[in-house]
Design a protein around this ligand. Sequence first.
Ligand code: GAR
Length: 217
Amino acid sequence: MKSIVILISGRGTNLKALIDAARLEDWPARIVAVISSREHAAGLAVALKAGIAVDVVDAAAHPDRLLFDQKLAQALSRHQPDLVLLAGFMRILSEDLVRDYHGRMLNIHPSLLPAFKGLHTHRQALAAGVRVHGATVHFVVPELDHGPIIAQAAVPVFPEDSESALAARVLAEEHRLYPRVVRWMLDGRLALVGSRVRVDVPQDQLLLDGIVKGVRS
Ligand code: GAR
């Protein structure tokens, strides 16, 4: 049985989606720990409620990035994870740490990368006037919101959309997308070979399409 550690910084709705997926009978892995970079992240309660061990490596207490990363590396190695999932983890990781988990560390980002990296992605999308927005799951590399793209979920942007309405539409797709990609990983259908993603997944599953579904809030 493979072990997963999930890194969070905030409310933990993606964490909850992953926990729900992991509860399925045939799920071939266990979430062994959740590590938060914020002491009061709401996601910690989500983990505790599910009986998952929690750890905090408080970014506020470690303004020095390298020291923070050392602490995080120690916390991670205590759990010996096969897979590390960033789920709303808002810290840039050092090259060394990312290298240690090369091909075994995934992130979800709320935009169709490479568009709209960084923060406030929904605001960025509205300002740019795009008609399609979404979320991306990718392998983690040292550069923020970069890294080989595995799969994406696309949603429509409506003229009357507020930032929060658009965020909610994307988030619903994130919750469908991330567990699905993690399952591919666990089933050995997905790997990072050099800098390329090798997938043994039908092409039409790599883009979750909330547009065709006619999502309308
Ligand atoms: C999610 O929208 C996730 O994609 C985003 O933070 C949010 C966390 O929400 N991640 C990033 O922006 C990473 N660059 P959650 O705590 O409810 O899962």
